[in-house]
Design a binder for this molecule. Sequence first.
Ligand code: NIG
Ligand code: FE
Length: 412
Amino acid sequence: MRILFKNIKELLQVRNKTVSFVSGKDMDELPTIKKAYLLVVDGLISDFGTMKHCPSIEVDKVIDATGKMLLPTWCDSHTHLVYAGHREHEFVDKIKGLSYQDIANKGGGILNSAKKLLETSEDQLYQQSKIRLEEVIASGTGAIEIKSGYGLTVESELKILSVIKRLKKNYTIPIKATFLGAHAIPNNHKNNKEGYVKLIINEMMPLVAEASLAEYVDVFCEAGYFSVEDTEVILEAGKKYGLIPKIHVNQFSSFGGVQAGVKYNALSVDHLETMRDEDIEVLKNSKTMPVALPGCSYFLSIPYTPARKMIDAGLPLALATDYNPGSSPSGNMNFVVSTACIKMKMTPEEAINAATINGAYAMGLEKEVGSITVGKKANLILTKTISSYSFIPYAFGASQIESVFLNGIEII
Ligand code: NIG
Ligand code: FE
């Protein structure tokens, strides 16, 4: 099956040689081709260039992209989209003045979602989650990571990971699964955190690994949740099972979680709303991708990840949604890209790099997606007629997407 996109106003994120991710000053460069064509053969990007060099070959379908931009789909490397029910009552409590921590201390938060999940069958959970997955694909996401972590018992954690497995099987979007048993301490281990860490390591992890239910392991390394020591014990155990770390750190406090992530070769360290100079320093020359989640900062009214400081220090940065019922009930990457520009002072070029190639790296998919490169999946966003690519973050809250393609097939 051959599809030819012709007369593309501008083809974005064109990378001829394989680039794993971009950092520092390079983040401000977005390679593009104006007046371009792109050829898709059997779901993969096969050729592209300027219209002057557009091949005259027989194809199955021609798409005229006059006035429109074509870019790789968004790569959302951090979500919790398999969850049960919602927490809009906590949202109202928050409006009335309670903080995220106050709500958690009242038995709300992650434990509230875990309670709802316990009462939800695997099939119901699948039905709820697939709606969210379809919704994010329609908003331009073409590769995604999904975490467990609202189970907190052996059965419930496996329930979530089984739902992720079923989503992988039934949808063509690349999905990576992360085991986040260490998301919160469940009530039955309230005064026995060590016991819960042991349960994660001795009972959950072997089952997760045996059934190949996750590629990554995550820990919520935060005051009141899991310490640096707990995090290291869990990451060490994960090593035995080949589970690569991708961890939640520095959301509310900074006490060595980033250092633990780098020490254990984490693929990514995510949140980073509070960053000390030494946290920035340790990330330099590491292979660990820092990931910012501006939807969470927006929703909780907490500080934004200091993107400017980090990029100016030469670091790479990825952007993701953190789609979850408590701190970011939105999986819309367009909003994330806009918010990164508006609130974190990232340039449109930096934000697009962070949401495509760097996001792909942050979930180990940089060889498959994240740029317009021959051999990568034809997971593409075709925009409406727009004046320039900066219009995408500028016109916040309004979708500039006309169509989304996965493996060259038009999904919307
Ligand atoms: O990434 N910070 C920890 N976990 C989620 C929020 C979980 C929740 O409140 O349900 C996050 O923000
Ligand atoms: Fe998260």
